[in-house]
Write a new protein. Structure first.
Length: 268
C-alpha cells in the first residue's frame, strides 16, 4: 500500500510547518514503542510517522512529494482520497460522500469507490484500516476478547469469528434502490402534457429512489468474518495480538485462557 504522509501525520494538505512540527511531536510520542510495549505494530507505525515528518518537514522534499501526488500514476492513494473526504471525517460524512458519488456516477458504481467505502464505511473496518495507515481513528477500535481453549493454545492458532458488516448486496451500500418513476413510468416527462414537460415527481430523471428493503436504508448487512489468530507461546490473560485482514485491517485481539473465570479478579 502506498502511504500518504499527510494521513500518517494527521495533518491537512495545506498544513503549516508549525502544524507539522506539532503533529510530529505528538504523533511520535504516542506511537513510541516504549509507550506501547504490548503493541507489536508500534515500531512500524513509529517509523512511518518519522518518515512522513521528515518529508513534510523539509520544504524542498515536501514540494517534490506534493508534485508526485499530483502527477503519480499510483493515484488515488487512500480510501479517504478516493471518497474525497478528510481522514478525520465523521461516519455520516463518509456515507454521504459515497452516496454522492453513486448519485453522480450512476451504475455500475465505480469499483474504486465501492472498494474504498467497503473499507472505511463501517466503524470497525475503518478502525483497522486507520491502524494500518498509522493514523488516529474515528472508527471503533476496541480490542476483541478471545477465549483460547487448551487445544488452541497447544496448536498455536485459533479461528475467531469477528462480527462484521458487508455492503448490502441488493443496493451496493447505497441504502436505496432506483426504480422507474411511478408517475411517468420511467419516461422522465409527462406523456399527456407533451414530451417537453418534465415529470415533477422524479424531476425528469425517470427514476425514483426507494428504501432498500434488505438493509432498510443503512446500506449494510450483518455478517461475520473468520480471522486466524496466532496464539504465542506462553500467552497469558491479556496478551495482545494484532492480525492484518484484507477487509478488517489491523485487528487487535486480547487473549484470555478459556478455563480462567473471566471475572476471576473480582471473585478473588
Ligand atoms: Zn440495501
Ligand atoms: Zn417521473
Amino acid at each position: 500500500m502506498t502511504r500518504d504522509h499527510y494521513a500518517v501525520l494527521g495533518v491537512a494538505r495545506d498544513a503549516s510547518q508549525d502544524d507539522i512540527r506539532a503533529a510530529r511531536r505528538a504523533r511520535l510520542r504516542e506511537a513510541h514503542p516504549d509507550a506501547n510495549p504490548d503493541d507489536p505494530t508500534a515500531a512500524e507505525r513509529f517509523a512511518l510517522i518519522y518518515e512522513a515528518a521528515e518529508v513534510l518537514g523539509d520544504p524542498e522534499r515536501r514540494r517534490a512529494y506534493d508534485a508526485s501526488l499530483r502527477a503519480g500514476p499510483g493515484r488515488p492513494r487512500t480510501c479517504y482520497d478516493v471518497l474525497e473526504v478528510a481522514p478525520d471525517a465523521s461516519a455520516a460524512e463518509i456515507t454521504e460522500a459515497y452516496r454522492n458519488i453513486v448519485r453522480a456516477a450512476g451504475r455500475p458504481i465505480p469499483e474504486r469507490a465501492v472498494t474504498a467505502y467497503r473499507r472505511i464505511g463501517d466503524p470497525r473496518r475503518r478502525a483497522g484500516y486507520d491502524r494500518e495507515l498509522g493514523i488516529p481513528t474515528r472508527g471503533q477500535a476496541g480490542d476483541i476478547v478471545v477465549q483460547v481453549s487448551r487445544d488452541a493454545a497447544r496448536a498455536g492458532a485459533a479461528s475467531v469469528a469477528v462480527p462484521d458488516r458487508e455492503l448490502c448486496p441488493h443496493c451496493d451500500g447505497f441504502g436505496r434502490i432506483p426504480l422507474p418513476c411511478d408517475v411517468c413510468e420511467g419516461r422522465g416527462y409527462w406523456r399527456w402534457a407533451g414530451s417537453g414537460t418534465r415529470c415533477g415527481a422524479c424531476g425528469g430523471r425517470g427514476t425514483d429512489e426507494r428504501a432498500c428493503y434488505r438493509c432498510v436504508l443503512s446500506g449494510w448487512v450483518g455478517t461475520t468474518r473468520t480471522v486466524a489468530v496466532r496464539i504465542p507461546d506462553g500467552f497469558h490473560a491479556g496478551t495482545r495480538v494484532t492480525v492484518r485482514d484484507d477487509l478488517l485491517g489491523l485487528v487487535a485481539f486480547r487473549l484470555v485462557p478459556a478455563d480462567e473465570h473471566p471475572m476471576a479478579d473480582e471473585v478473588r
